[in-house]
Design a protein around this ligand. Sequence first.
Ligand code: UFG
Length: 338
Amino acid sequence: MAVLVSGGAGFIGSHTCVELLNAGEDIVVFDNFYNSNPKALDGIRKITGKDFKFYEADMLEMAEVDKIFSENDIEQVIHFAGYKCVPESVKHPLKYYSNNLRGTFNILETMKKYGVTKFVFSSSATVYGYPEKVPVYEDFPLSAINPYGSTKLIIENLCREMYAANPQWTFILLRYFNPVGAHKSGLIGEDPNGIPNNLMPLVLDKAMGKRDILQITGADYPTPDGTCIRDYIHVVDLAKGHVAAVKKARELENGCPAYNLGTGHGYSVKEILDTFQRVNNIDLGYTIGPRRPGDAAACYSDPTLAEKELGWKAELGIEDMCRDAWHFVQVRNSENNG
Ligand code: UFG
């Protein structure tokens, strides 16, 4: 029986495929390459020395989703596929609702049809809205502050309501904080199509000379150095959290728990930039700019529930995150030029 991974060529998906294969899981993967690269699939195969079945498929096409379930013995699903750019979601809410929700409905409908009842969902710390205090615990109030966040919250609510109505299902909601870094091989990493908007891809573009300006968006927040604090988590640690969740879903007869996947440590933007410069010996030449609308001053997790119930804990630090992210873009660059 296999674990089906939707969006498995993406940043978090590809690292999760590696960790699942390394843990001896059988996987089936699909992706439409909207925001990912087929090279990630070669990377997964090279790193693990293992093969897996891949479908280029779109979750909006019910027939394509159905085909995957009809041709494979699926035990559970990890659902990554979805649009994830916050500013774009503010400009194009219908695009986000339409893709993220309709795609998820298709996957859940198909799971129901084939009697697959275990679903691990790629949620986000965005469901905490502007948290009133930090660290953030799983039982904090939930709210959506942009259309991207609305889609995550609606899907979480759907999972809770489906579980209430059908207690034979197991849903595991994984709330990611700020995933960065890359596999240490440099063969997979964050490879967004189009203009990045998250901090680390912007840092990498600046370090590669692909952009002229890198700004800290606000240095007047009520934090020790004035810049925003976030819970950056190495993507390999995050991927291992999914392996733990798959095992938990297998153990549980039913349920709908949510887990924070973070390190529990907050780092400021300035600390991230300075660490990147130090470990990679690069001068980023960053400047201080105005605040970015909608940013909370500080957001970091309490990850103890995941440690207690999933037996998972993040192990890598910000130096690893900065070093591995930079290594990946250099490997990718030399491949592109070679
Ligand atoms: N930042 C800069 N300069 C930039 C871009 C970002 O200083 O050019 C700062 C932001 O102000 C923020 C930090 O870098 O303080 C991190 O910003 P990101 O955009 O990388 O990440 P966010 O914390 O804003 O967003 C992340 C995920 C979202 C998720 C959100 C809440 O990318 O998907 O956390 O959990 F919704």
